[in-house]
Design a protein around this ligand. Structure first.
Ligand code: FAD
Length: 399
């Protein structure tokens, strides 16, 4: 079978599509295999951090994303007992970014923007209804096979990026362990157009509220708010998804409203896992295929886009610039390490802070947030960390 002179990408989520766009920018031919019949319209990630917006801007995607999204220059932490305990303004890092704000917009808008821009480029191909099911490789090519109707077909390319999400067939095919754990509770996201500003004084469009009984997270996106609650392990999925339960949960936020308009309710299982390696020969893992974490702090997709840029910059150096193969090992070394050090540790800490059950933990969190938001040096450090610039700096230092 002939080898196509292309980079194959499994998965047309935000990570696969950003990887495709950056390779095409370098004039490298790409084929994206997407299992679905079209781009996913699922509403999952909705936070784009400043560091990611800077990268998307270099590719020409930030402007249309910002035009349809909601700019959030501030975010805040509260506890149910104490009210606001810390508020942060991205203006404090305006010298480090062209986008000193979080952008709240759904991830599916990004993939649509990218497809629209790439679809007529001769170096870009996307094949829908192609679920990659198997992968094999030798010293100069990677061969993929497909599930379902395309089962008889195999295709060989030069390199493969597995951006096929948390259940990655590429990761399984390469026998790469997905180390970590699954939280006992699930997360419920309730979307409502209710105007929380009218009843919660001083509310920012991103607000994390700690409560030992039931913490929650309020996040505004265009046209609605998403409110996230933990669901205890002993509650059934049916009970958690019942309309009455969504109403009762929202009444914990605003007790005086009898009936909220609810647009969507979604229940998620939550994991903290990192693949044992991000590289196996000519195949790589990126995004959720390589790491998953709880959504508090909005780091999953953002970290995945950072993977996509790091990896494709190195692939371009090897494919176009004649850099040695070892250049690609730096992708695994840098991105895997910062996923563990920053994304995993920060998202676990975010969850533990919000659910703090003892008085000692609650006071520690309150004092830490107060100190960080009142001291300009600490505030800047904190903002650099949560907007993921610190992880990019650390990755670069890893060499
Ligand atoms: C409630 C919730 C809120 C979140 N909020 C945020 C947030 O605000 N910010 C943030 O950064 N992250 C957030 N995340 C995480 C974010 O959604 C993921 O990290 C992100 O979707 C990962 O992108 P991806 O491209 O790696 O994978 P996916 O988005 O899962 O895309 C994978 C693609 O691959 C396709 N595919 C799957 N298997 C195959 C196969 N075998 N062959 C070919 N194609 C295949 C799928 O159809 C899909 O199109 C949130 C997650 C949840 C659940």
């Amino acid at each position: 079978m002939s080898v196509e002179e292309r980079v194959f990408i499994a998965g047309a989520g935000p990570v696969g599509m950003v990887a495709a766009a950056n390779l095409v920018r370098y004039g490298i031919p790409v084929t994206v295999f997407e299992a679905g019949a079209k781009l996913s319209g699922e509403s999952r990630a909705s936070t784009f951090h400043p560091s990611t917006l800077d990268m998307l801007d270099d590719l020409g995607f930030a402007k249309p994303l910002i035009e349809t999204g909601l700019v959030a220059p501030r975010f805040q932490y509260r506890t149910r007992q104490d009210g606001i305990i810390g508020a942060f303004d991205f203006a404090a890092i305006a010298d480090a970014t062209r986008h000193p704000y979080r952008l709240q917009n759904e991830q599916f808008k990004l993939t649509r923007i990218i497809l629209d821009k790439l679809k007529d480029n001769p170096n870009f191909k996307i094949e829908f209804g192609k679920e990659v099911a198997g992968v094999e490789q030798d010293s100069d090519s990677v061969t993929v096979s497909f599930a379902n109707g395309a089962a008889a077909e195999t295709r060989s390319g030069r390199w493969l990026i597995g951006a096929d999400g948390a259940s990655s067939a590429i990761r399984h095919g390469l026998n790469i362990e997905f180390e970590g754990f699954t939280w006992p509770e699930r997360f419920l996201v309730v979307s409502t157009p209710f105007d929380f500003y009218s009843v919660i004084p001083g509310l920012d469009s991103v607000s994390y509220v700690a409560d030992p009984e039931q913490w929650y997270f309020l996040l505004q996106i265009p046209g609605m708010w998403r409110v996230m609650f933990p669901i205890a392990a002993d509650m059934s999925d049916e009970a958690a998804m019942a309309p009455d339960y969504a109403q009762a949960s929202l009444r914990r936020v605003v007790p005086e409203v009898a009936n909220f308009e609810v647009l969507h309710t979604t229940l998620y299982r939550v994991h903290q896992r990192v693949a044992k390696t991000y590289r196996n020969g000519r195949a790589f893992l990126a995004g959720d295929a390589a790491h998953i974490n709880n959504p508090l702090g909005g780091m999953g997709m953002n970290g995945g886009i950072h993977d996509a840029i790091n990896l494709t910059e190195r692939l371009a150096m090897v494919v176009k610039g004649g850099a040695p193969d070892e250049e690609l090992d730096r992708y695994d070394r840098q991105r895997r390490q910062v996923t563990v050090e920053y994304v995993q540790s920060q998202t676990i800490k975010n969850k533990q802070n919000l659910e703090a059950r003892t008085e000692e933990d609650r006071v520690r969190f309150r004092d830490e947030m107060q100190r960080a938001s009142e001291d300009p040096v600490l505030a800047r450090q904190y903002l650099m960390r949560v907007s993921m610039f610190a992880s990019l700096k650390r990755a670069a230092e890893l060499g």
